[in-house]
Design a protein around this ligand. Structure first.
Ligand code: SF4
Length: 284
């Protein structure tokens, strides 16, 4: 069960995305997957390269469209474990509509966002996650827009699994990805993944000072939706750990009448003449 391949990542030394790659590889092995059971679908950005760095099926999609592709893969082959991944620009700017609708749809997919609060691949512009006052080439006088809160949006959209972690905490990150894979529904895992080259504000040290680990609250109940929303707001979205999980809601696949467990490739989808005519007649 080796999810490493021989492709050398071309991320900058120290980039937080290395830990996400390692965490996915470890989590996939820990839950007992084989490389042929896993598909990693990514969008565009430095983090989008991750689909080429894991020994599994990989699909490097177009900007903001990792989730539509991932949902198509999952519907075509339920036997696959599907991980979608990308950056905060990919998922929370151009891909935001897909993110919200994938959350409310609740297909059995794990979505890992490498959130570095900047556009790295295009050499440092303000992203939807950048703080007010953040100076980049696109906001030389400082951003005047409020940063988007992905955790609040996920909760408002009816998420059944919301977690957040940090690239420096490989143990927690691996555990959350394992739990996300095992969750029967859509799992959002936002990961603070520092861009060491272009973001000189939200550094590893900055995150270490500002993160609030849910381990500090032994009585915290991740099944309590109101408590989860309150904790997200109390901590200004800086908390890490398993924030919310609802195991009572069925996944999208389980709600489709007659939808079968086996992938379409195992099914005989041909219609004979009478079945075809019956189908056509339904639309008259
Ligand atoms: Fe990572 Fe930033 Fe380098 Fe991109 S530019 S690989 S996000 S450190």
């Amino acid at each position: 069960k080796d999810f490493r391949n021989n492709v050398k990542p071309n991320w900058c030394p120290g980039c937080g995305d290395f830990s996400v790659q390692a965490a996915i590889q470890r989590a996939a092995a820990n839950v007992g997957l084989e490389p042929e059971n896993l598909a990693v679908i990514s969008g565009i950005g430095c983090s989008g390269r991750i689909s080429g760095y894991i020994n599994a099926y990989g699909f490097h999609g177009i900007h903001g469209r990792a989730l539509p592709i991932a949902q198509g893969v999952k519907l075509a082959n339920r036997e696959l474990t599907v991980i979608a991944s990308g950056g905060d620009g990919d998922g929370f700017a151009i891909g935001m509509a897909h993110t919200v609708h994938a959350i409310r749809r609740n297909l059995d997919i794990t979505y890992i966002v490498m959130d570095n609060q900047i556009y790295g691949l295009t050499k440092g512009q303000t992203s939807p996650r950048s703080a007010v006052g953040f100076k980049t080439k696109s906001t030389p006088q400082g951003s005047i827009e409020s940063p988007l809160s992905p955790l609040e949006i996920a909760m408002a959209a009816g998420a059944t699994f919301v977690a957040q972690s940090f690239s420096s905490d490989l143990k927690q990150l691996t555990s959350l990805i394992e739990q996300g894979i095992q969750h029967k529904g859509f799992a959002l895992i936002n990961v603070f993944s520092p861009c060491v080259t272009f973001n000189k504000v939200n550094t590893y040290d900055w995150f270490k000072e500002n993160i609030v680990n849910l381990d500090q609250f032994p009585d915290y109940d991740p099944t309590n939706r109101v408590a989860a929303m309150n904790k997200i707001m109390e901590t200004n979205g800086m908390l890490t750990g398993l924030i919310y999980r609802d195991t009572t809601r069925k996944s999208y696949e389980d709600l489709i009448p007659g939808f079968r467990e086996e992938g379409l490739y195992r099914q005989d989808l041909r219609l004979d003449q009478s079945q075809f005519e019956e189908l056509v007649a339904e639309f008259y």
